[in-house]
Design a protein around this ligand. Structure first.
Ligand code: ATP
Length: 294
């Protein structure tokens, strides 16, 4: 076990009431015997940033989609702010790995799109339209998109397109943002920039974030807590408080606290996924020139 180098922050205080609450949650997909989620118990507090990691197939996306109301659960309870989740709702916005922007709309129009749909209902007032326009401008600024407001998606890099998708998700001020590998398709340098940007956005917007990733470093850098899931059946293996201050900086990725937690989580992923056995077999194989080690 490593000795934490930084003092953990009280940003996600234990005293705050949970905003999202899963109790004894199970999910079976039709015709599949092994549960995709088995007895998941998780509470996420308001303004917390929780990351979900784990080997492929451990149910990260299923859990996120269930929180979004895009999947139904088979057993157990799931509530947001005390109300049972029965489907998608305006209190939860989702951001996917593959940003689905409207190619025929500019950046600004993409960001305003959903809110404009609402503002064009029969009950709209000019104040609604003005508020939508002010919000879009604020988001352009927050996401560093002001200079490309009139550009079309195909004129932008992947990182910039994902910024537009995030801004669009934030447009109606959802209290909860659910992100499924939003930076999975970006190169390493762009991801680093996006990490600091999303941490800044989280501070500014004061939203509650549940963030799925394959990248353990990303999970630790962004999360107040890292939820480690294990496959077959999909379940929560362990939950790790991140012993870093709420405000992160890139040099913390080299700190003993960060590296110690990363090692612990990676070891656990290897143990729970069967990967360790594969790696040990490979090591034996490479140690014996004729493959007799196998
Ligand atoms: N629509 C579906 N029908 C049947 N089984 C499914 C369906 N969606 C997912 N599964 C199965 O449920 C399990 C959990 O899948 P899920 O995609 O949630 O895992 P994951 O951790 O997000 O995986 P990955 O990291 O590879 O994206 C897997 O065994 C998967 O094959």
């Amino acid at each position: 076990m490593s000795i934490p180098f930084f003092k953990a922050d009280a940003a996600a205080s234990d005293k705050a009431a949970p905003l999202i609450e899963c109790a004894g949650l199970w999910k079976f997909y039709p015709g599949v015997e092994t549960p995709a989620l088995q007895d998941v118990n998780l509470q996420v507090r308001e303004n917390e940033f929780v990351t979900l990691v784990g080997a492929s197939g451990c149910g990260k996306s299923t859990l996120l989609r269930t929180l979004a109301g895009l999947e139904t659960h088979s057993r157990g309870t799931l509530s947001v702010d005390g109300t049972p989740v029965t489907g998608p709702g305006p209190d939860r916005a989702m951001v996917f790995q593959h940003y689905s922007l409207y190619p025929w709309l500019t950046v600004l129009e993409n960001i305003r799109f959903t809110r404009q749909l609402k503002a064009h209902t029969k009950d709209r007032t000019s104040a609604d339209v003005e508020a939508a326009s002010g919000r879009a401008d604020a988001l352009l600024q927050l996401m560093g998109l002001t200079s490309v407001a009139k550009a079309y998606p195909n004129q932008l890099s992947g990182g910039m397109q994902q910024r537009v998708a995030i801004a669009r998700a934030l447009m109606s001020r959802p209290p909860i943002v659910l992100m499924d590998e939003p930076f999975g398709a970006l190169d390493a340098q762009t991801r680093e920039v996006m990490h600091d940007l999303i941490a800044h956005v989280h501070r500014q917007e004061k939203s509650t974030v549940v963030f799925v990733t394959h990248d353990v470093g990303e999970a630790i850098y962004l999360g107040h807590r890292v939820v480690l899931m294990a496959p077959r059946p999909g379940r929560i293996d362990s939950i790790h408080e991140v012993p870093l201050p709420a405000r992160r900086s890139q040099d913390m990725k080299l700190s003993p606290a960060f590296l110690g937690l990363k090692r612990t989580i990676l070891d656990r992923i290897r143990d729970t996924s069967g990967m360790r056995t594969d790696l040990e077999l490979l090591q034996k194989l490479s140690a014996s020139p004729d493959g007799a080690g196998l």
